[in-house]
Design a protein around this ligand. Structure first.
Ligand code: 4NP
Length: 163
């Protein structure tokens, strides 16, 4: 068999875990698979709020993903857990509030990385992925495009640090 690879674990985090972070999870999985690196990653998503635990992603997020050739149908929402700080190398926030919540919840001595997804997208650096939940369907298309750029940049960053 091939030599063992150090896995990098990545947790995408938003508020409800039904719109942005499951989209990011699905997109990241897809991109990693496309470059033949699925063995090198452990990927998950969660929400800082517990409003939708156990639910599949929002119908509009699933439809947008389907339009672009991937499925989010099997994902189910879960809340952030304290042990996530032990289990993941990268905790990836969608917006400033998620980022702040993660920073505040991180235990002392946490050695992983808390980052914002769009800091890895040249076009959107410093920006947040807007919450599309209360808007129309076009919000989901915008979110998907932003998330795609962020995920691509994050993969490039991780692969560069692996070398
Ligand atoms: P998400 O969007 O954080 O991208 O999953 C939201 C979904 C639900 C709610 C807020 C944001 N909510 O308040 O129910």
């Amino acid at each position: 068999m091939s030599e063992s690879v150090q896995q990098t674990s990545v947790l995408f985090v938003c508020l409800g875990n039904i719109c942005r972070s499951p989209t990011a999870e699905g997109v990241f999985r897809h991109l990693v698979r496309q470059c033949g690196q699925e063995h090198a990653y452990r990927i998950d998503s969660c929400g800082t709020g517990a409003y939708h635990v156990g639910e599949p992603p929002d119908r509009r997020a699933r439809q947008e993903a389907q339009r672009r050739g991937l499925s989010l149908d099997r994902l189910r929402a879960r809340g952030l857990e304290q042990r996530d700080f032990e289990c993941f190398d990268y905790l990836v926030a969608m917006d400033d509030a998620n980022y702040r919540d993660l920073k505040n919840a991180a235990p002392q001595g946490f050695h992983g990385h808390i980052v914002k997804l769009l800091d890895f997208a040249a076009e959107y650096r410093g920006a947040s992925v807007p919450d599309p939940y209360y808007g129309g369907d076009d919000g989901f298309s915008k979110v998907f495009a932003m998330v795609e750029q962020g995920c691509q940049g994050l993969i490039e960053h991780i692969e560069a640090t692996r070398r």
